[in-house]
Design a binder for this molecule. Structure first.
Ligand SMILES: *[C@@H]1O[C@H](CO)[C@@H](O)[C@H](O)[C@H]1NC(C)=O
Ligand SMILES: *[C@@H]1O[C@H](CO)[C@@H](O)[C@H](O)[C@H]1NC(C)=O
Ligand SMILES: *[C@@H]1O[C@H](CO)[C@@H](O)[C@H](O)[C@H]1NC(C)=O
Length: 356
């Protein structure tokens, strides 16, 4: 690590003698033409909504002023990532209405796991679009987008070019639901721990499959503050990286960032991080039977009973499970410059290969 910066620095000094400094700096930005995202609700921009029904209002109220397929009052970390790279927000691959995939696609759905589960969404809340399915969809998208694009005309305005698949940024934020799925089946912590290697193995296979399709730049978030997966993922990724000689793999410790926003909420000017902004009753304004957006018919009229708080921007916890836009923005600002990355590369430079 140290030596890389040193080399870069020296190279900078040498080149600046003959070239304009701007040439040097601009060459470090990757100019990603597209983002392909895989994940769960942390980065779902409309997948689950398209397949199983729209996330209801007041989701989306802050930024989009209407439900926008996200489980938040506004933008997610993936939206801030797209914005900062100068790209449009990602359309969900499953969304057939108004989508534009010129600059990438989003395969994430809320409730997704890495391992396919043996329960239905109505039994456990786990999405059937697990990471293996997301990869199949990506693969299909890759192949068919090129066949369709060759037909010319209007399709060229909706689909990415072939070269963009190797120049794109591949982002991953998934794994949290693999742990909760076990606990929901009343497994002990020992039993959950016992399947973590399988979860990681399946995750690493997907990275390898994407690599085999030309993917080179990987930006991988560990899980939020749930269990031990975050802890093991980084050690594991270092080994995975050795199998993929041309890949730039950046591992981002969002776990620590999420932990710090929760533990330092007050100091940062946020209200109690455990109380949901949107919900209904109880100590935490959370009732699992009356979740954010729940309506009730009273005297023949529909009224919202699990509604939003007055100032979502002062909250961290949106609906008992997900983060508010304000929290997502705070998290994004912490990770964008590489401070929580291994190797410590900023987002816009994540195509450069460095040693872990
Ligand atoms: C689902 O069932 C199959 C077949 O029994 C098993 O191999 C797999 O590990 C199970 N998946 C999970 C997440 O338990
Ligand atoms: C899709 O988005 C791209 C980039 O923003 C734009 O150039 C293109 O015209 C859009 N396609 C359509 C059909 O609007
Ligand atoms: C887990 O345990 C709870 C409490 O004992 C029980 O109500 C529930 O049905 C169990 N769930 C499963 C999937 O076995």
């Amino acid at each position: 690590m140290e030596s890389y910066y040193l080399r870069l620095h020296w190279l900078g000094v040498l080149i600046s003698v003959t070239l304009l400094p701007s040439t040097i700096f601009s060459s470090t930005s990757c100019n990603f033409p597209a983002i392909f995202n895989f994940g769960d609700s942390n980065s779902d921009t409309g997948g689950l909504s398209a397949a199983f029904g729209q996330a209801p209002p007041p989701n989306g109220e802050t930024h989009f002023h209407t439900p926008a397929g996200r489980y938040s009052d506004g933008r997610l970390v993936i939206d801030f990532i797209a914005e900062s790279l100068g790209l449009p927000y990602l359309s969900a691959y499953l969304d057939s209405v108004g989508s534009n995939f010129t600059h990438g696609a989003n395969f994430a759905t809320a409730g997704s796991t890495i391992r396919p589960q043996n329960t239905t969404i109505s039994q456990s809340g786990v999405s059937p679009i697990s990471l293996d399915v997301q990869f199949v969809q990506f693969s299909d998208f890759h192949r068919r987008s090129q066949t369709i694009r060759k037909q010319g005309g209007i399709f060229q305005l909706f689909l990415p070019e072939e070269i963009d698949f190797s120049r794109a940024l591949y982002t991953f934020d998934i794994g949290q639901n693999d742990l909760t799925a076990g606990y929901k089946l009343n497994m002990s912590t020992e039993q959950v721990k016992a399947y973590v290697p399988d979860v990681l193995g399946q995750f690493s296979n997907i990275i390898k499959y994407v690599y085999a399709q030309g993917g080179r730049s990987f930006w991988i978030h560990n899980t939020g503050p749930v269990g031990c997966l975050a802890y093991v993922l980084d050690r594991f990724l270092v080994t995975a990286a050795q199998d993929l000689p041309l890949a730039s793999i950046t591992y981002v410790d969002v776990y620590s960032v999420k932990y710090s926003i929760i533990s330092q909420a007050k100091k940062l000017g946020f209200e109690n991080p455990f109380i949901a902004c949107c919900g209904h009753g109880g100590k935490y304004n959370y009732n699992r039977f009356i979740k954010c957006g729940r309506k009730k018919i009273v005297n023949g009229k529909e009224i919202l009973i699990a509604k939003s708080c007055k100032y979502p921007s002062a909250r961290i916890n949106w609906d008992g499970t997900h983060f508010t836009e304000a929290a997502n923005k705070w998290i994004f600002d912490k990770i964008v410059d590489g401070s929580f990355s291994d190797p410590p590369v900023p987002l816009e430079e994540a195509c450069h290969k460095m040693d872990h």
